[in-house]
Write a protein that binds this ligand. Structure first.
Ligand code: DAH
Length: 367
């Protein structure tokens, strides 16, 4: 749209004004013919309403300047009408041009949609949740504790005195530059979930029934069955008159719930510093029913967890903060199991590192 000349007024009578404005209205209509793109609409707007160079402004400046006072009002009214006409053209054209833009990027519903894979629980977490749920149904609560632990909670309070040989079985990863602290305050990566037993008892008087799932760390060389990071579920039950029969009944029930009601359990004497007596628990192989297969290495039995009656010395450490844990009045049992091995058995996973590789090709098998 080029800048046209300013039309001249044929007089100030209403008829003359009407004629002049009719010509302008016609000009607006003509220039509003092809407002199909956003650029054309903007050009139309600038041409007519531009604040400095706009045609409306130039014409009204010219016409009003020389008009006699009595005509100014009549001219002003007609300019307002003309402006309203321009604005209404702009409005409908703006709607139309954005509709055109929408049409241009219209969605082709015949194309395949964007495929977003469904997330799924990691087999390890799933196993952990299922096992924890078994104990929740028996009235156990669920707790957590820190992975960076002190020597006191990871060892001393669990009756591993400084220099005790049982510490050597734990292949501990220690945090560097802790030598200036007293031994009990030095930080390490927890080697088991058992320290949360102590933390729980320090926080609340008996009775306690709790399971603690979590990540643990050991300086193990990685191979098909070892990973420096793995997972355990700890259990603790403390009350008046808790006996070894309660421990056996609880674990037998839990294993039947988790692996199936035909599974049997058997207990062997063992040693842990924080339980006395201690036991290792085996279950009859849930895959072959005890006949012998690859999963149970043809023995019919699978070793699954450690357990025992809480050692009175452990209650002694807790009593520094919670005197109610008096071993003359209360007793308890504890257990701990490795989750990774159970998950590997359950899902037929032969290499533990797959659980930590984050490889979607492996993980999506469980979706
Ligand atoms: N903390 C032991 C370990 O990692 C496992 C364990 C054994 C936990 C016996 C217990 C228990 O609570 O009573 O080797």
């Amino acid at each position: 749209m080029s800048q046209e000349a300013i039309p001249s007024l044929g007089g100030y009578s209403e008829a003359a004004l009407d004629q002049a404005f009719a010509a302008l209205a016609h000009e607006v209509e003509a220039s509003a013919q092809s407002l199909t793109s956003a650029e054309a609409v903007e050009a139309f707007r600038l041409h007519w309403l531009g604040r400095k160079q706009g045609r409306l402004k130039s014409i009204s400046d010219a016409w009003l300047k020389s008009a006699p006072v009595e005509a100014k009002k009549l001219i002003g009214q007609r300019f307002n009408q003309l402006k309203a006409q321009i604005e209404s053209r702009l409005e409908s054209a703006t709607g139309a041009s954005s509709q055109n833009a929408l049409d241009a990027e219209a969605i082709d519903i015949t194309l395949p949609g964007t495929h977003r894979a469904l997330g799924a629980e990691h087999p390890l977490i799933k196993t952990m949740h299922e096992m924890v749920a078994v104990f929740q149904r028996m009235g156990y609560s669920v707790g957590v504790g820190p992975e960076v632990e002190t020597d006191f909670y990871n060892f001393e309070s669990l009756n591993f005195p400084p220099g005790h040989p049982a510490r050597d079985t734990q292949d501990t990863l220690v945090v560097a530059n802790q030598e200036r602290k007293p031994l009990r305050d030095r930080l390490l990566m927890r080697t088991h979930t058992s320290p949360v037993q102590i933390r729980t008892m320090e926080q609340q008087p008996p009775p306690v029934r709790i399971v603690i799932p979590g990540k643990v760390h050991r300086n193990d060389a990685a191979d098909a069955t070892h990973s420096p990071i793995f997972h355990q579920i700890e259990g603790l039950c403390v009350d008046i008159d808790v006996t070894f029969s309660d421990l056996k009944g609880t674990l037998d029930h839990a294993m039947k719930e988790f692996f199936g009601s035909s599974v049997k359990t058997r207990f062997f004497p063992s040693f842990f510093p924080f339980t006395e007596p201690s036991a290792d628990v085996q279950i009859s192989c849930p895959f072959c029913g005890g006949k012998g297969c690859r999963k149970c290495k043809h023995s019919g039995w699978i070793e699954l967890l450690g357990c025992g009656m809480v050692d009175p010395a452990v209650f002694g450490f807790v009593q520094q903060k919670q005197p109610a844990y008096d071993p003359k009045k209360i007793s308890g049992f504890a257990f701990g199991m490795g989750v990774d091995r159970i998950a590997m058995m359950k899902y037929g996973i032969s290499d533990i590192s797959l659980l930590y590789s984050g490889d979607a090709r492996f993980l999506e098998q469980f979706a």
